[in-house]
Design a protein. Structure first.
Length: 242
């Protein structure tokens, strides 16, 4: 019998695989980071080599097949990572252990919080990274929470989750007015959130004018906060089921 709890897990009752294979080499699971509704993420290791593998939704939800969604999400994330492979702070994609999975380099470090101590170059590097990501026609989108920024053991910023990044290739109408406008607004929100985190963690590196600008939310951010508020309660409830 399928348990109620398993309905809210990306891989159902089966859980994460103990091993994955990349380029003919077998990696063993060492640590599970999360197993949520849309994805499960774990650390795998082979000797000194470590990779992080994300398994997108594969299990059905109360009988509704969702493996197709997981395949599309994995395809999308792998395309985005390929586009950004040459940017410092973006992990290198390592392969696709399955149709619903994407493996990338492991980045040792800790999620950024308000209490995190960072060096003087951390936020300038973060802004340079965002400029490069934006130059590739991509918006990161998920910078609202500081925990989505990783402080690496090297003291540098890293962005590791591109599941909801916004990217529409030019060949798929990405250069048309509606998509250019959406991308521009989302990139503006990226810069706002990065500045907000800088104001909270390293305000000493900002001028009074720069700090004031980070208190003025772009229209898209205000709208997102308004519509997302009721969803927060749903996600909290969903998390309690996992």
């Amino acid at each position: 019998m399928v348990s109620l709890e398993s309905q809210f897990k990306a891989l159902g009752d089966g859980g994460l695989p103990r091993h994955i294979t990349l380029d003919g080499k077998v990696y063993r699971r060492r640590r599970t980071f999360k197993h949520g509704f849309l994805a499960a993420v774990a650390l795998y290791r082979r000797g000194a080599d470590r990779v992080v593998c994300k398994f997108h939704r594969k299990a059905p939800f109360f009988g509704t097949p969702l493996a197709w969604l997981g395949r599309r999400a994995a395809d999308y994330e792998s395309v985005v990572l390929e586009q950004l492979h040459d940017i410092e702070g973006v992990p290198r994609i390592r392969g696709r252990p399955s149709r619903c999975a994407v493996a990338r380099d492991y980045v040792p470090g800790e999620p950024l919080t308000r209490d995190t101590e960072v060096n003087d170059q951390f936020f300038p590097r973060l802004f340079r990274m965002l400029r490069e990501i934006h130059r590739h026609g991509i918006a990161y989108v998920d910078l609202e929470k500081s925990e989505n920024i990783l402080l690496g053991e090297d003291g540098r910023p890293h962005l590791i989750d591109f599941q909801i990044a916004f990217y529409v290739p030019d060949r798929l109408l990405g250069n048309t007015f509606p998509f250019r406008l959406i991308r521009k607004r989302l990139q503006e929100a990226d810069r706002y959130h990065a500045g907000k985190h800088m104001r909270r963690i390293r305000p000493d590196l900002m001028t009074p004018e720069e700090r004031a600008r980070t208190r003025r939310k772009p229209a898209l951010v205000r709208a997102a906060n308004y519509f997302y508020s009721p969803l927060k309660e749903f996600f909290r409830w969903l998390k309690g089921k996992q």
